[in-house]
Design a protein around this ligand. Structure first.
Ligand SMILES: *Cc1c(COP(=O)(O)O)cnc(C)c1O
Length: 328
């Protein structure tokens, strides 16, 4: 396992490794969000079009391909709020490698089933993400499996960063980027790549009001735990790890701004993306749109993009949200 923090060069190497294995996703103009926010242009990076339904396929595939041959022979293990587990299962199947995913009881059953559907074994472990990680690490050391962490690993961060390269190459005039923020693997990788290409880019991390561990940690200037609470943006739940090694420091270096959004704002953004852009998104994917729908762009930017990070949402639940049912 690489121990050095990832660099932009690692992101370029990841891109070479991932070519043909993950999608180069398109940018969709969102005139309605431009109107609401007063921006000249708003672009949506559609990671919902990755075969696993989220950007997590990038980091998972890169980390898996970086493991040594012995570990790959025995298989891989991970812990995840759903999308990472699903992505590792996808990457493992594509590479012909056995896969186990540890999930806490907070993770909805439809996400566990999606992992099983990709041929991976699911182990239910504990009542929060930390307990699931502990079990995954135990399985890794007991059976010599390759552990693929959800965010705090150089190969995972570099993999997510390939999204940032695509974005800045496809949208050369961009001045502001809104990034859904949880453990910070996405933000760290994308910001690393994007700021190498355009150091003036204004990078905004967006989290729910509920359980925003990275934002609390940035305020405290060291990693802290916050109580995990249910949120519509369930993929943004979980801590950053009190022993965080990479993403906290990178977020400190690369982040210009943070914003938090309410449950009602997330629901409204999911509804708006569906009705106006015809997109099915999970809560975590809609937080950037939720910020823009308030009116105004953080930092006053004119050419804005946000990442539509995933679509792993229970469709009955989604239908209730777009029909305007109460989400509390
Ligand atoms: C994991 C995830 C995020 C946040 O990524 P981090 O690297 O944990 O910050 C955002 N949206 C979706 C859909 C995710 O699955």
């Amino acid at each position: 396992m690489a121990a050095e923090p990832p660099t932009a060069l690692d992101v370029y190497r990841a891109r070479a490794r991932l070519r043909g294995r993950v999608a180069h996703t398109p940018l969709l103009p969102a005139p309605r969000l431009a109107q609401l926010s007063g921006a000249e242009q708003v672009l949506l990076k559609l990671e919902t079009l990755q075969p696993s339904g989220s950007f997590k396929l990038r980091g998972a595939t890169n980390a898996l391909l970086c493991l040594d041959a012995d570990a790959l022979q025995r298989g891989v293990v991970t812990a995840s709020t759903g999308n990472h587990g699903r992505a590792v299962a996808w990457a493992a199947r594509a590479a012909g490698v056995a896969c186990t995913v540890c999930l806490s009881s907070l993770v909805p059953e439809h996400k566990a089933q999606a992992v099983r559907d990709r041929g991976a074994a699911v182990v239910r472990a504990g009542s929060d993400q930390n307990a699931a990680v502990t079990e995954a690490l135990r399985l890794a050391s007991e059976h010599g499996l390759g552990y693929i962490p959800p965010f705090d690993h150089p190969d995972v961060i570099a993999g997510q960063g390939t999204l940032g390269l695509e974005l800045l190459e496809d949208a050369t005039e961009l001045d502001t980027l809104l990034i859904p923020l949880s453990g910070g693997g996405l933000l760290a990788g994308v910001a690393l790549a994007a700021k190498t290409i355009n150091p003036a880019l204004h990078i905004v991390g967006v989290s729910p009001e509920r359980g925003a561990a990275m934002i609390a940690s940035l305020a405290a200037k060291h990693p802290v735990d916050v109580p995990e609470e249910p949120t519509l943006a369930d993929s943004l739940g979980g801590g950053i790890g009190l022993d965080n090694r990479y993403t906290f420091a990178l977020a400190q270096q690369l982040l210009d701004d943070v914003v938090q959004v309410s449950e009602a704002e997330i629901a409204r953004a999911m509804r708006d993306l569906y009705c106006h852009e015809r997109l099915v998104t999970e809560g975590a994917a809609a937080v950037g749109a939720a910020v823009l729908a308030r009116g105004g762009v953080p930092g006053g930017g004119r050419r804005v993009a946000t990442i539509i990070t995933g679509n792993n949402v229970d469709m009955e639940h989604f239908t209730r949200i777009v029909n305007g049912e109460s989400v509390e």
